[in-house]
Design a protein around this ligand. Sequence first.
Ligand code: HXC
Length: 521
Amino acid sequence: MDENKAQIDKKIQKLRDIQEKALLGGGTKRIADQHAKGKLTARERLDLLLDKGTFREIDRLVHHHSSEFGLNKTVFFGDGVVTGSGDINGQKVFVFSQDFTVLGGSLAAEHGRKICKVMEMAMKNGLPVIGLNDSGGARVQEGVISLGAYADIFLLNTLASGVVPQISIVMGPCAGGAVYSPAITDFIIMVRKTSYMFVTGPKVVKTVTHEDLTSDELGGADVHASKSGVAHFVTDNDMEAIEIVKRLMSYIPANNAEDPPFIPNDDPPDRIDEDLNYIIPANPNQPYDMKEVIKKIADKGEFLEVHKEWAQNIIVGFIRLGGRSIGVIANQPAILAGVLDINSSRKAGRFIRFCDAFNIPLLIYEDVPGFMPGADQEWGGIIANGAKLLYAFCEATVPKVTVITRKAYGGAYDVMNSKHVRGDLNFAWPTSELAVMGAKGAVEIIFKKDIDSAEDAEKREAELINEFNDKFAHPYIAASYGYIDEVIEPKYTRQRLIESFKLLENKVDRNPTRKHGNIPL
Ligand code: HXC
């Protein structure tokens, strides 16, 4: 009996020793190096991300089987990535967290297989995938096998798109083709100073284009948050990045067959905000901050803004209304007068498609003078890019509610979830102006001769502008055709929206059966 116990104890001890070794990744020295760079380790990150005690690791004992270029001397359990499942705010998710302390988190056959395994499990079980990226890229020693492993991941990213939410946090290097896995996922969060993403690094860039840039200047978090739009969120450290994931998860469902989380709160649904009646300036050319409108109406004034630093002339993000998760798309009159341009169309188009894929209703606040004129925009493809936004609105079948606060001019009126592109309920404030263009532009076109021949051209133009405004700069013609369902007093907007989204909660609408549409990419 004693001998049996001793044998079993020995086996258990062996397991404990292996586990202990595996938990140390690349070892204490490399962990200290990781900390010195201001980064947490792969396991520390998962501890913060997942609800306490819920992480269940798989494939902890996987390692590479290569001996090329001395790799047989650097065999580590886990092969540079920690994978498994756990809970975020009680919601089950699959996770992978690259371990930079093991061969620089570089990706090769086994590392890639581990990531694919959790992604396949996530798809089968309808659960989100959260990927924490911190990697030197393709493991050089394993050559083309590493490239193949990346391609396996890209394929699964694509197949999972629109089926389960995929969120990437980039917390270290992410270079070369490796960038394309996060790029296919739904959201990218980058950490300032410690993360960067680029297809070709500073050395190659210098040789080819003679531009002399640091990694941060070329592909740091701020660059991708404000210039390229690759990053949806930017944070100062790993902890903040993890907090963003938790907030994001509170708005999105586990998969495309489920509804988003309903989280009731004590903000009264019939709360009236008198200030809203006076938020629009009397002068139509004076800006105001649409974020104030969004926050005043949302439950508890909370708004999780996506792409805050990029294409700021449009605002996108998540709010709750009466506990329901809602995706907001809003023109921002405070930036470029809220005009639609290439980047704002891309930004909003992608956000709409995410919400539509995951059953998140859409709320549109509209104050748009039209599309941005200019050679840069035309040559840069405002036609194809503006069409992305139009296509996204047309194709979306989730409940879609529009509130026109002020301008709804020209093609932009059609695009911004008008009744004609299947807006379910379209409201207008009394301050709204639905017209082909603003009064000044319109008068210059249709009354040019009248103005030119007048004794006092300036006076005549002012008269005609007033006349035009009286006749057209209001919502009542549109309302007379049913293009607007109701003109509402701004202070009641919260109440009307909460009622509307409740009314629409069982909405069913379908697009024609087809392999897939052909969005103008
Ligand atoms: C193998 C790698 C590695 C890699 C880093 N390491 N990158 N091992 N393959 N790609 C190892 C290092 O040898 C070192 O091992 C440890 O990771 C830490 O690396 P350091 O260089 O000491 O760290 P640091 O100074 O922080 O620099 C990090 C780095 C640098 C900037 C990422 O390591 C680097 O430039 N690595 C190569 C990046 C690269 O070119 N990757 C291929 C990109 S192309 P020890 O044993 O000393 O701890 C690509 C294609 C994907 O990824 C294609 C998909 C289609």
